[in-house]
Each structure stands twice: as structure tokens, then as C-alpha cells.
Write a protein that binds this ligand. Structure first.
Ligand SMILES: NC(=O)c1ccc[n+]([C@@H]2O[C@H](COP(=O)([O-])OP(=O)(O)OC[C@H]3O[C@@H](n4cnc5c(N)ncnc54)[C@H](O)[C@@H]3O)[C@@H](O)[C@H]2O)c1
Length: 381
């Protein structure tokens, strides 16, 4: 009896299933949507973005009281600077002081992408996993951040360096929250819709051309605005659902997410996530243009849409070194290849692994030229 290799195999699969549910007036007294998740009554650990607390806290508190749910409602500030291990640890301590059942008293995250990412990571790690619900309150969360299963915090100067793939119990979408969102944050979310439209959905792009500016002005509250959001959500879920755990690393939704990480890290106080993504989108459009992947008509349409939406990209924040470094980091993240999506028309793209520093520099120069030509005072034109 010697030399025989012993081997035990462990194989298991765990299905992922959750619903993304439209739930207008989620915290109106008559609303019973939340009652469908977790045991009746009981306790709920509820984390609110501090601005959501300010605008909607009273209604949320009243709703839990009216339904005999003992809710521990804690507020944490939004903003990228709070997407930290300190916030995660602070929340873990507070949760530890308010014991909840491990299976049927879901943690509830109500806030923007920062908050839902941090709380989802808390739910992933506390007792190795508690169920959680996500209620996005920013446009970024509504059409993107809250829809998938990625949780995380920034760490060591890098975005989302610590995190997990953790499905929620459900995502509850109440568009009413968008009504208190400042314009800059509406535009921030729109940048992600533009991203999706350019590489995945020509009809969404056309809808943005027709109704996007009005949507921003009205917080997407009317039928045309709502149709844009519904199409963006459907398109995003179509991309995410077949590849939730990112087994496939060439992802169309990574358009705009190659150079932007470096810009966000370089300018943490200056650029919002969507603003950095839009700069990346425009640089990528110009790289595609120079490669002959995209014709001038399509490229000009992208720039015209940005202008029509009233967005003035912060091109002063462009930084070739940080963007090039960001691409190198993406190569690690994408397992050894650049896998950069570049548009091939409005609504389509292909993946590229050979972008050079010279191409990036040339695209940056061209972008500055285009944007400066558009935004210089009229009398100087
Ligand atoms: N998990 C994912 O797949 C995914 C996808 C996209 C983005 N993200 C992450 O999302 C984050 C950005 O999210 P964000 O733009 O929502 O930022 P955020 O969460 O910081 O919210 C932006 C601002 O809006 C305020 N706010 C939130 N809801 C409000 C409301 N209803 N009324 C008034 N003010 C309100 C917040 O206090 C904050 O000041 C980034 O960290 C990004 O990495 C994650």
C-alpha cells in the first residue's frame, strides 16, 4: 500500500436567482412590497445614505413603525471617500450590536452606488453571509450599481479592490428617490446610460438624443424619461445576467471602464464615477475613430449627444500617465489581456488587446482639441 494518490472531490453549484422589481412609492404607508421579503415583523438592520435620511428618513422610519418591524436605521455618508474599510467596519460593529436572524431578517441598503456596494459587502462577510435587499436612490444605482451582484470597497488606493460577488434577495426600484437627486448626480448616471447605448443599443442612443436632456431636467419622472430608464435597466441586465460572475472577461459593459479608474483615483475629489467613465468613453471613441473602426458620422453623433445632454466633460482632468497605468492594471484584472471594448458603430463594439501608449496620447490630444473647440467662448470661435 504505497504511492496511491488519494483524492476527494467536492462539487456543488448554487443557483443565483433574484428579482429586480419596480416599486414606486416603496415607503408610502400603503406599500406592502417590502413585506414580501423576510419574516413578518422581526428586526431589520437598515442602512441609509445620509442624504436619503435627510430627504426621506421620516417616511422610511414611519413605514417600519407602521408595520411593527423593529428597524435599526443607521445613516452613513455617500461619496467615494466613504467607500472604505472604515465604513464597512463601523457598520459591522453596529450590526453586531443589533442581532438579526441569519436567514430571514435581511439587511436593507437604501442609497447610492457607494452605499449599496459597501452594504452588500457587509452582508457578504458578516457571519459569512446575510441576505440583503438593495434600494438604489441615485440614477447610478438605479440603472447600474444596484442591479448586479458585485459588492465592494476601495482599498489601498484602488477602487473596489476588496469585494465579492454576492447576489441580493431582490433589488427594489423606486424612481421617486431620483426627485431629490442633484442635477450633477443625475448627469453622472446618464453617463453610464450613454456608455451602454454607444456599445450595445442604438435605440437607447436615439432615445437619449430625443428625450435625454428633458429626462435630466425632470429627473426622468415622465413617460419618456421612464422609458429611457427601463430600456437602460433591461439592457444592463441582458449584459450582466449571462455573465454574473465574470467568467467571460471581455465585457461590453466595461466600455468606459479602462482608463477611468486611473482618473478617479487621480482626482478623487474632482471626478464622479460617471464623469470619469464619460471621459474614457470619449477617448475610446477617438481611439476607435483613428483605427478606422468607427466612422466620423458615428463619432460626431456621440459628441453631439454629450453636448445636447448639456454635459461639459472635465477634460482638464485627463492625465495620460494615470490613464496608461490604469490600462496596465486592467490587464491584470482582465487576466493578462487588455480586452478593451471599442465602438464599431452606434450600438456595437469589438474587443482589442493592443492599444499603445502612442494611440492613447494621440486620442487625448484629439479629445482636448474637440472639447476646447466646442466650449471656448463664442467670440473666440
Ligand atoms: N456594483 C456595481 O456593479 C457598480 C456599478 C456601477 C457603479 N458602482 C459604484 O457606484 C458608486 C457611485 O455611485 P453613486 O454615483 O450613486 O454615488 P453615491 O452613492 O456616492 O451617491 C452620490 C451622492 O448622492 C447622494 N444621494 C443619494 N441618494 C440621494 C437622493 N435620493 N437624493 C439626494 N441625494 C442623494 C449621496 O449622499 C451622495 O452624495 C461608485 O463607487 C461605483 O464604483 C458599482
Amino acid at each position: 500500500m504505497s504511492g496511491a494518490t488519494q483524492r476527494w472531490q467536492v462539487r456543488a453549484t448554487r443557483p443565483v436567482a433574484y428579482d429586480v422589481v419596480k416599486a414606486p412609492a416603496l415607503f408610502a404607508p400603503h406599500s406592502d412590497v417590502l413585506l414580501g421579503f423576510g419574516r413578518p415583523g422581526g428586526r431589520r438592520f437598515v442602512v441609509l445614505d445620509a442624504n436619503v435620511m435627510r430627504f426621506h428618513g421620516a417616511a422610511i422610519r414611519a413605514w417600519f413603525a407602521a408595520h411593527d418591524i423593529e428597524a435599526r436605521i443607521v445613516a452613513v455618508p455617500g461619496g467615494e471617500e466613504h467607500k472604505t474599510i472604515d465604513t464597512w467596519q463601523d457598520l459591522a460593529r453596529r450590526l453586531d450590536a443589533f442581532p438579526v436572524h441569519r436567514r430571514d431578517e435581511p439587511v436593507i441598503a437604501i442609497g447610492g452606488g457607494v452605499l449599496t456596494d459597501v452594504v452588500a459587502f457587509l452582508a457578504a462577510s458578516y457571519r459569512r453571509g446575510l441576505p440583503h435587499l438593495k434600494v438604489p436612490t441615485t440614477l447610478m444605482g438605479y440603472i447600474d450599481a444596484a442591479l448586479g451582484i458585485k459588492a465592494g470597497i476601495n482599498f489601498n488606493g484602488h477602487k473596489n479592490r476588496l469585494g465579492s460577488f454576492t447576489p441580493p434577495l431582490a433589488v427594489l426600484l423606486d424612481p421617486g428617490f431620483l426627485g431629490t437627486l442633484p442635477r450633477r448626480h443625475l448627469v453622472n448616471g446618464v453617463c453610464e446610460i450613454v456608455k451602454l447605448a454607444v456599445v450595445c443599443d442604438a435605440a437607447l442612443f436615439a432615445a437619449l438624443e430625443a428625450d435625454g436632456a428633458h429626462g435630466i431636467a425632470t429627473a426622468f419622472a415622465d413617460a419618456a424619461g421612464g422609458a429611457i430608464l427601463d430600456r437602460a435597466i433591461g439592457g444592463m441586465l441582458d449584459e450582466l445576467a449571462p455573465n454574473l460572475h465574470e467568467e467571460e472577461l471581455s465585457r461590453r459593459v466595461d466600455f468606459g471602464h479602462t482608463f477611468s479608474y486611473g482618473l478617479e483615483a487621480r482626482h478623487p475629489q474632482r471626478l464622479l464615477h460617471g464623469e470619469a467613465v464619460l471621459l474614457d468613453v470619449l477617448v475610446s471613441v477617438l481611439i476607435a475613430r483613428r483605427r478606422g473602426l468607427l466612422d466620423e458620422t458615428a463619432a460626431a453623433r456621440v459628441f453631439a449627444l454629450v453636448e445636447r445632454l448639456g454635459i461639459v466633460p472635465d477634460h482638464g482632468a485627463l492625465d495620460a500617465g494615470a490613464m496608461w497605468q490604469s490600462l496596465q492594471d486592467r490587464v491584470e484584472h482582465r487576466n493578462g489581456l487588455q480586452r478593451v471594448p471599442l465602438p464599431t458603430g452606434i450600438g456595437s463594439c469589438s474587443f482589442h488587446h493592443d492599444i499603445t501608449r502612442g494611440e492613447l496620447d494621440a486620442a487625448l490630444l484629439a479629445l482636448r482639441d474637440r472639447l476646447e473647440a466646442r466650449h471656448e467662448p463664442a467670440h473666440e470661435r
